[in-house]
Design a protein around this ligand. Structure first.
Ligand code: A4P
Ligand code: MG
Length: 196
């Protein structure tokens, strides 16, 4: 079951914060356990509250072959932090949970936290497929989220009406156009603490 309170369609906050969406993925170790720890750490971050979380979905890896299947989910957070500060917090949580980066892209990982949408913010290649990911510079919206079923399926569960500020498309419409959307298998609830 998802836990999806009323999140404003415009991505703005109704109490001074901004709604942002964070994709959570793992395909090494105790996938669900590490993802739950990441969620709890996100919720405990100054200026960040998890307000909704999708179910976890079991998904086929996109990228190099011969890596385990992923568990994926998306959390909605309300935050008073800037996009860069939020990304910094995500990177800190990944590090604390033992994420090791490979020089090869899209390889197996214990935890991956990607900033998908930050209100209506468009920054740094959010509208291109550039190779910004290796530079560490912020790109929001995440440049590949429109083609990733492992992001759009859980995102559509909690925020079908959220809008991509680059294309103006709603998440539910991006999902309808996304190949592989029916391959994500819902595996159960993820968040194990009360939200809001
Ligand atoms: N960075 C810049 N903007 C952002 C942003 N909006 N969110 C920088 C997150 N990071 C951002 O990240 C590399 C650098 O991007 C960071 O230093 C950060 O400062 P990374 O986590 O090492 O890169 P990545 O996750 O391997 O690649 P990418 O391009 O962020 O993610 P993708 O495209 O989502 O691919 N298959 C399944 N089934 N499920 C998955 O979750 N994930 C990937 C990652 C591949 N295949 C997958 C899955
Ligand atoms: Mg990442």
């Amino acid at each position: 079951m998802s836990n999806a309170p009323d999140i404003g369609e415009d991505g703005g906050g109704n109490d001074g914060g901004t709604i942002a969406y964070v994709a959570i993925g793992a395909n090494l170790g105790d996938r669900a356990g590490t993802m739950r720890e990441a969620l709890a750490m996100l919720h405990a971050t100054d200026g960040v509250r998890v307000v909704a979380c999708s179910s976890a979905y079991d998904t086929a890896p996109v990228g190099p072959p011969d890596q385990p299947r992923y568990l994926n989910a998306v959390a909605a957070v309300r935050t008073t932090r800037s996009p860069r500060e939020l990304l910094g917090a995500l990177l800190e949580i990944e590090k604390a949970l033992g994420r090791e980066r490979s020089t090869t892209r899209w390889t197996a990982r214990t935890i991956d936290l990607d900033l998908i949408l930050f209100g209506e913010c468009v920054e740094g290649g959010g509208d291109s497929s550039a190779s910004e990911s290796t530079t560490g510079a912020l790109s929001v919206p995440h440049p590949r989220f429109r083609e990733r079923a492992f992001v759009l399926v859980p995102l559509a569960e909690i925020a079908p009406q959220a809008r991509d500020p680059v294309t103006g498309e709603r998440v539910e419409s991006l999902l309808r156009a996304c190949p592989g959307r029916s391959d994500a298998v819902r595996s159960g609830p993820l968040c194990d603490f009360p939200l809001g």
